[in-house]
Design a binder for this molecule. Sequence first.
Ligand code: GLA
Length: 390
Amino acid sequence: MDYRRIEELARKFERNFGTREGLRCSRAPGRVNLIGEHTDYNGGFVMPMAVDREVRVFFRPAPDGPVRLWAENMGEWDEFDLDDIQPNPQQAWSNYARGVAHVLGKAGVEVSPVEGIIYGDVPIGAGLSSSAALEVAVAKALCTAAGSEPEPRRLALLCQRAENEFVGVNCGIMDQFVSVHARAQHALLLDCRSLEHEQLPLDTSAVRVIVCNTMVHHELGSSAYNERRAACEEAARLLDREVGGIEQLRDVTQQMLREHGRALAEVTRRRARHVVTENARTLQAAEALKRADYERFGRLMDGSHESLRDDYEVSCGELDLMVEMARRQPGVLGARMVGAGFGGCTVNLVRAEDAEAFMPAVADAYRQQTDIEPDVYECVAVEGARVERC
Ligand code: GLA
């Protein structure tokens, strides 16, 4: 985040709260998922990296007060007491903060009130996980104010729970986990069942990660997400009846699906096939990354897009177009939609020497076809969440 912006926000903090003394900054990054989409809630594998777009909470402990937060992006205040946290139906954003405070408190993690300003430059609703960044940044502020420091994995799980139970979005663990655990210049291979993870280096002298925001967001997103989850659970249940030992689609192999897929309705079978093949692609991608075989990695990303488009059906015209435009540019190794789908961003793996030319070229091509000005930028893999003095 631009240091002038940071200084401006620190000054605003002083105007709002009368002092800068004790001012701290809690930072949590958004993420881009390189591969492993719609696998986390099936106990599968994902490979995100944290990006240099983040949510910051400029805060100071306010031991006697309620929690008081100004959301700079929304131009809104919210205020709530830690011992009586109710959902706020008027301000969707504030439920992420309230939810985190509620869930942490209920789990016995010490939290204490803060006053602060929240500001984020993770695009909202674009598939780069602004909500997880907000949850994690607020959680770390509330814990720091109380002098507590929950173990990172617990923090990630509690933030996910806040989104599931308080906000009402049934997301998996990927976004919160990477926002907490990411390492600079690395992608994170995560087993979403065991939460075992491995940091895999990304060599930016060879390849760059470029995100293209289609700037469209189709509303059916959240209901479709829950429907896809339900279809996956149904597929796992039916396959378990056939072969036994299946808890989640994570336990299903491609061969099993070929042999027993008839037990599933055609659509459910395709949903399951996406998850099963995506898990395999993600593990292959991790192997490719270890060998610095970026061509192979890119082909697996392409395969992921095809599978999300045709089998899982969570892409849309604009995402498909952005992917197609990207693939026409020199130096592109792989391109695919990212996140839940139905709009938002694509992620592209581009040879380092072609990255500069790629960005305006793909933006022009997309604009010509749609009349929409896309947002296209390179993302750098950054460190996970932390609290700093300001
Ligand atoms: C959203 C959810 C994640 C994950 C992705 C799809 O970003 O928050 O948990 O399920 O969709 O891979």
